[in-house]
Design a protein around this ligand. Structure first.
Ligand SMILES: [Fe+2]
Ligand SMILES: [Fe+2]
Length: 133
């Protein structure tokens, strides 16, 4: 489970809101796969995430470019990698080929990646915004 706090803040309110939404959906998915809600619910959350992750990445990349963030290119590369991994997971989910253990293991990896990425990469927006002020 990911809990948002100020250490995850990028300094851009709309980007922070998007991260909060991502974390909320990741948490809901985690609840769904641990059997607290139906498999159908888990599928709906993944459908949403598949769209939302891509959309958020695009918004954030634009923002980093606007603020001439030195990490913009690295951020974009990381997004492409994550999108690949996530899409594979999504496809396998739809095909129903994963065991529950594999689902939760892969999910945990994705969650860990997301948290680390926001903490180490996305927050590097903060100094760029200060400079632009
Ligand atoms: Fe992000
Ligand atoms: Fe990012």
């Amino acid at each position: 489970m990911i809990i948002w706090d100020d250490s995850l803040s990028t300094g851009v309110a709309i980007i922070d809101e998007q991260h909060k939404m991502l974390f909320q959906k990741f948490n809901e998915f985690s609840e769904a796969i641990s059997g607290m809600t139906a498999r159908e619910t888990a599928g709906e959350i993944l459908d949403f995430l598949q769209f939302y992750v891509t959309w958020h990445f695009g918004q954030e990349e634009k923002c980093m470019n606007e603020y001439q963030c030195p990490i913009a290119a690295a951020n974009k590369r990381a997004h492409a990698e994550f999108t690949n991994t996530f899409s594979q997971f999504y496809t396998q989910w739809q095909e129903g080929t994963m065991t529950p253990t594999l689902v939760s293991r892969t999910y945990l990896e994705l969650e860990k990646w997301l948290l680390n990425h926001v903490l180490r990469t996305d927050t590097q927006l903060r100094p760029c915004i200060k400079k632009a002020d």
